[in-house]
Design a binder for this molecule. Sequence first.
Ligand code: ATP
Ligand code: ZN
Ligand code: MG
Length: 325
Amino acid sequence: MDQSLSSDLLPAADEAITDAGSAAPAPRSFLDRLFDRGLLIRTGVDGLYGRSGAFESVVEALDRLVSRIGGADGAEALRFPPGMARSSFERSGYLKGFPHLAGTVHSFCGNEADHARLLACLDAGEDWTAKQAATDIVLTPAACYPLYPVAAARGRLPEGGLLFDLQSYCFRHEPSLEPTRMQLFRMREYVRMGTPEQVLAFRELWLERGTKMMSDLGLPLAIDPANDPFFGRAGKMLANNQRAQALKFELNVPVNSEDKPTACLSFNYHQDHFGTTWGIHQADGSVAHTACVGFGLERITLALLRHHGLDLDAWPADVRAQLFG
Ligand code: ATP
Ligand code: ZN
Ligand code: MG
């Protein structure tokens, strides 16, 4: 991580921790300071971290805050484990757009001789994974992915459409030294299915609510048009198209730097993509449109730590009241 990034941002409400004894103290990166405080815990893999109790208390408080804001809408809460059926994953189209981010679960499928070879490889420091084979499970890439086949299996939507409340650990193979880009992180979502008007109204509502929520938490923000990181040359066209049609917006907060703010919430209109892919139909038989709002729970936590400091007890009273009150 660029060391200059930690200093070009606002009063970090937290003094830089310096290397004891060195003549010119080197500024610690934001990630290092999170490790120093034990808020995140190293595992040896970039983007794969343990979290302290204090960090988790913020994640849980944010989850509750989102529930309070969306609570009166009558969303149906569903929770899936962080893996989904490989068959559903294949059908979802994720591999067309994002083969580089996907994570699959493999397991040992050999016999005793293979087992002996595996242990020998391990001892010799060689690749022991040859006898690993794909299981029926892949890691969930976004909290809403396991939902669509379930919704489709229920038959036509009711007149008013449907609204779901989801939260899941998600996996994306995007190792990074930016603490905000993890490989395993939690995404809270609301997903709306119905007519184009219904799902666009839902997205408008959450653009307003998300903006209010984050500014009430004392975070500087901007809403910007965005695109997903589609793979390859064909992906460039998909990304341009997504922007041209204003299908994705992000709520960005400077966390790692002012120049490259971090998407903490995203607001996605899928048009009839998932409706067509999964055969989700409205009450009148036409293909359903869908939209989702996603909250990156670790990212919002990190944004709060960046702007209010690494000591939760020293956060502004009104911010603490909203989260822990
Ligand atoms: P980015 O452009 O930064 O990669 P994204 O467009 O991939 O973000 P979405 O796919 O819309 O993000 O995911 C929904 C939310 O999940 C994001 O708004 C963000 O808060 C969070 N998120 C996405 N990727 C990560 C990650 N690697 N680590 C932590 N949180 C993430
Ligand atoms: Zn989604
Ligand atoms: Mg991404």
